[in-house]
Design a protein around this ligand. Sequence first.
Ligand code: ADP
Ligand code: ADP
Ligand code: MG
Length: 688
Amino acid sequence: MRNITRGKAGSENSMFKKILIANRGEIACRVIRSAQSMGIKTVAVYSDADKDALHVSMADEAVNIGPPAATDSYLRPEKIIAACKQTSAEAVHPGYGFLSENAEFAKDLDEAGITFIGPNIQAIKVMGDKIASKAFAEKANVNTVPGSPEEIETPEDAVRVALEIGLPVMIKASAGGGGKGMRVAHAEDEVAEGFQLARSEARASFGDDRIFIEKFIVQPRHIEIQVLGDSHGNVVHLMERECSIQRRNQKVVEEAPSSFLDDETRNSMGEQAVALAKAVDYRSAGTVEFIVDKDQNFYFLEMNTRLQVEHPVTELITGIDLVEQMIRIAAGEKLKLNQSDIKINGWAIESRIYAEDPYRSFLPSTGRLVRYQPPAENTHNGLTVRNDTGVYEGGEISIYYDPMIAKLVTHGPDRESATKHMSRALDSFCIEGIGHNIPFLSAVMDHPRWLSGDISTGFIDEEYADGFQGVEADEETICLLSAVAASIDHLYNIRRRTISGQMGGKEVSFTQQRVVVIGDNNTFVTVIQKPDILLINFRKGSCAEETVEVISDWVPGNPLWTGTVNSNPVAVQVKPVLNGFRLLYRGVDIEAHTYTEREAELQALMPVKIPADTSGQLLCPMPGLVVSIAVETGEAVKAGQSLCVVEAMKMENVLKAERDCVVAAILAEPGDKLAVDQVIIEFEKDTA
Ligand code: ADP
Ligand code: ADP
Ligand code: MG
């Protein structure tokens, strides 16, 4: 049986020959990559829904573990253990989510003589419970958020304790995770309700409804410390990550280091994280999460006893492969790193690319990835792009699992260069067939508060209170896209002439006059072809008169236009439409039409097509399953009233009436599987 402390630690032949990865998606692929580079054979497990998944094709062997639902496959310890036995895998890496923080699973593995690539069972147990871990942290002299040390039993107790602590307060489930089971109360009358809501959510999600209350830290920033401990008592920290860009207490953008910490705070956070890890005999990679107030006071939130989703930003600033370290530690090796070896090099940013529709309140989106063309991974001139992914073009995003499809990470010498590189990488990321949040991530990268570092966990709610409507193109963007549109149009015109043979197929240098129309902006341009460069002369109209130089080797048909405009590198996604192109750039999504001057004059006289009126209908915003319908035919409903519940990707989405109206017909019933935009309810004409 493999034990955690073994005499021959560090020796070559103690390393595992084969490990099993009890996970799916990008993290399974990520773990396989490190194992392969260490010369370790890998075993994937997969549900029926994942038989064609990327992690299955990357691994040396793969074992089917049952039906699509995670509760029937990835969450079943006995199936994972059977797969280990079948393939003689010596150890299991659990990734994150699923069984990664399940102490029973770690115990079952131990009893079966298989090594868990993670911490000791006691650490998982203590840190898996927020009340217990907070008490433990306090004993280890770690700062904790002021609040009730014990479980709160009744709404009356909740109100009393909240007033003692002082409003606002955070009401939290002890068993909570993934941002679930927590409520903020700003006023006394919100406390009892928040307590009930947190409690019922905790009961439904975790089967454990113990609740505690702590002070809500205002203008909070989420900053966490990565730790690494071995089974010989050595613990180091790998600096911090800031994860303040969150939606519904779930991280969206992360960075390392934090733009907020000074060295003194960084060191004392690191020291406290190490002290806590030592107090639980922590072995493996782990994360101590803190909430930090505007004066850099920091308080322990929780410890995640696993590899964290956002671990790549730490890898890029420290140069340390965390998965490799976890495997070495699990094999009994001693850490070869001292605290003084660990330095911050440059800046890294991670954007989580989710299958969700940012224009429809971020509802999950599923379907086939008709196009999946991520930016190239490379390091060039001190700038790095890394893309951790588990999908491929033609693959399917199913309704069964987490909606994250990739993690795009950039690294540069400083925050500004890493941000710019991220913007460009996002512009170059082509995804079609499903909704995705790339335009939203682009908007965040260009937001003045992101650029200045003035962020908090309230950023998204504060800046996008009414949701995300896309980015409005400013004048500079319109003129840049006008130049790109003129250059694309020019290439198409050359091609047409070449095909028709009018210019003998050889002509490469000529001049044309065109009008580029973007919304209400008309720009009159003269396009002059030189051997390697295109000169676009803005003659009159919406853009200031100047000559723009465009260089590009783009060819028609490529969905991504890349080149330079006045020497600045630019990437724009291009989709042909009637008389022009749809262009996507920095979260802007516009159509540019190109005409001769005469065509433009006539075009201005054309009637505008009015889109079909669908306000009299409730359309299904994403593919999903109807859970319940809350109204009846003939019923008068009020704005904001719940109409029905549709489930997709483990989330129940309540669809509400946008205005007062009367239900004319109900076209779906519970249990129906609906496509996007399928009509669920029709309203009476004059009422909708
Ligand atoms: P991390 O703390 O590693 O950044 P998150 O905080 O985003 O990860 O999520 C915490 C854990 O919850 C992860 O293990 C993740 O797999 C899981 N998780 C994320 N989203 C959901 C969800 N919608 N439902 C259930 N679990 C989730
Ligand atoms: P989970 O296990 O779901 O990740 P956490 O305790 O880590 O739960 O909290 C998740 C997020 O909720 C934090 O990143 C932070 O944004 C917010 N949060 C939690 N506790 C507080 C608090 N006391 N004050 C302010 N924000 C908090
Ligand atoms: Mg957390």
